[in-house]
Design a protein around this ligand. Structure first.
Ligand code: SF4
Length: 367
């Protein structure tokens, strides 16, 4: 049963230097036509069974699309799938895009969760990250969303960028404490290969904080957000009680979801598959009635179990002890036990990639 629908809106007004998502700067793009393509792609999956709980519009910059187009989109979407069980409809927004009236219309359309791409609450941070908006834009946008009636608001923030000091992060967290947000996604800046930052980093032209500083920053973020009442429920995500992102939890609990749009990923019947990252190829395929899938992997038997352990250990729920047996020697310091479950502690979450690789090595090692 497909529980979640993800729509990828690939358009952006500029390309951020750290971004490795599919994002296309195309001022002349016809957003209405692209939304129609998404629905046409959905028609190719009519053989699936849907029991939808969440819808997520991510990007790119979904807020580059006028809300009036979403009104038409949702009306047509409701003719394809039953939306009556949907509890969460999220929209990723950039702070500079929507007015109060826009947010009001989005609320009327049924959106009930806004995820605002704030990235930094310091002007220095926004500049270092190459963002176009200022701190004031973020605060105004938050205020507008709240005044329009949104009571479930996430902000995305980035730490560990060039020039960020521990004290700067402290100031940012002080400011965060007064904001009307129910969820915070706090990501470590990663200089991915195919990005401007990645290339600068390779050439030694981007200086990121040392590992010990990053570790102290992660610790500080966790402690301060917990003091503010947030639960650290996933490696990079914090929520007030009851405001965990339902849609993302589908990813981390191996539930089925369908991703539509260029570069979108899906997980259905044990198969992970991804669409073409080329907007041109995506468009051609959908227009000719073919699924635009470019990559796929069938998870079977133990692979499926290991994949489950991989994603579930990202969360505070962790995994059933019986799936791992004992925590392998040398990894004890990264785990904690709650009832019949293992989960990563904060240190384990910080070093999750390394810990999971070592865990898999140990589980896979022949006796
Ligand atoms: S970070 Fe967001 S706004 Fe910037 S290019 Fe990527 S998707 Fe677009």
């Amino acid at each position: 049963m497909v529980k979640g629908l993800y729509f990828h809106i690939p358009f952006c007004s500029h390309k951020c230097p750290y971004c490795d998502f599919l994002s296309i700067v195309a001022p002349d793009a016809n957003h209405g036509e692209y939304l129609s393509l998404l629905l046409k792609e959905l028609e190719l999956y009519q053989d699936l069974e849907f029991d939808l709980r969440s819808i997520y519009l991510g990007g790119g910059t979904p807020s580059i699309v006028r809300p009036e187009l979403y009104a038409d989109f949702f009306e047509r979407l409701s003719k394809h799938v039953n939306l009556s069980g949907v509890r969460e409809i999220s929209l990723e927004c950039n702070p500079e895009n929507y007015s109060l009236e826009d947010f009001r219309l989005l609320k009327m359309l049924g959106f009930n969760r806004i995820s605002l791409g704030v990235q930094s609450l310091r002007e220095e941070g926004l500049k270092a990250l190459g963002r176009l908006h200022g701190v004031e834009d973020c605060l105004k946008s938050l205020d507008r969303a709240q005044r329009a009636g949104f009571d479930n608001i996430n902000i995305d923030l980035i730490y560990g960028y060039q020039g960020q000091s521990f004290q700067e992060l402290q100031r940012e967290l002080d400011m965060l404490a007064s904001l009307p947000v129910t969820h915070v996604s706090f990501y470590l800046l990663t200089p991915y290969e195919d990005t401007v930052f990645g290339r600068l980093y390779q050439k030694g032209l981007l200086e990121l904080p040392a590992d010990e500083v990053i570790a102290s920053m992660y610790q500080l973020i966790g402690e301060r957000l917990e003091d503010m009442g947030f639960v650290h429920y996933e490696v990079s995500n914090f929520a007030l009680a009851g405001y965990e992102c339902l849609h993302n939890m589908l990813y981390w609990t191996h539930e089925e979801f369908l991703g539509l749009g260029a570069s979108a990923w899906s997980f259905i019947e044990g198969v992970r598959f991804g669409n073409s990252k080329s907007l041109k190829v995506y468009t051609q395929k959908v227009m000719s009635g073919q699924k635009p899938v470019a990559y796929q992997e069938k998870l079977e038997g133990k692979e499926s179990l290991y994949d489950y352990i991989f994603v579930a250990l990202r969360t505070r729920r962790g995994v059933e002890k019986s799936l791992i047996g004992e925590v392998p020697e040398g990894l004890e310091d990264f785990f904690e036990v709650e009832g019949d479950r293992f989960r990563l502690n904060r240190r384990g979450m910080l070093l999750i990639n390394e810990v999971l690789l070592r865990l898999m090595d140990a589980i896979l090692k022949p006796c």
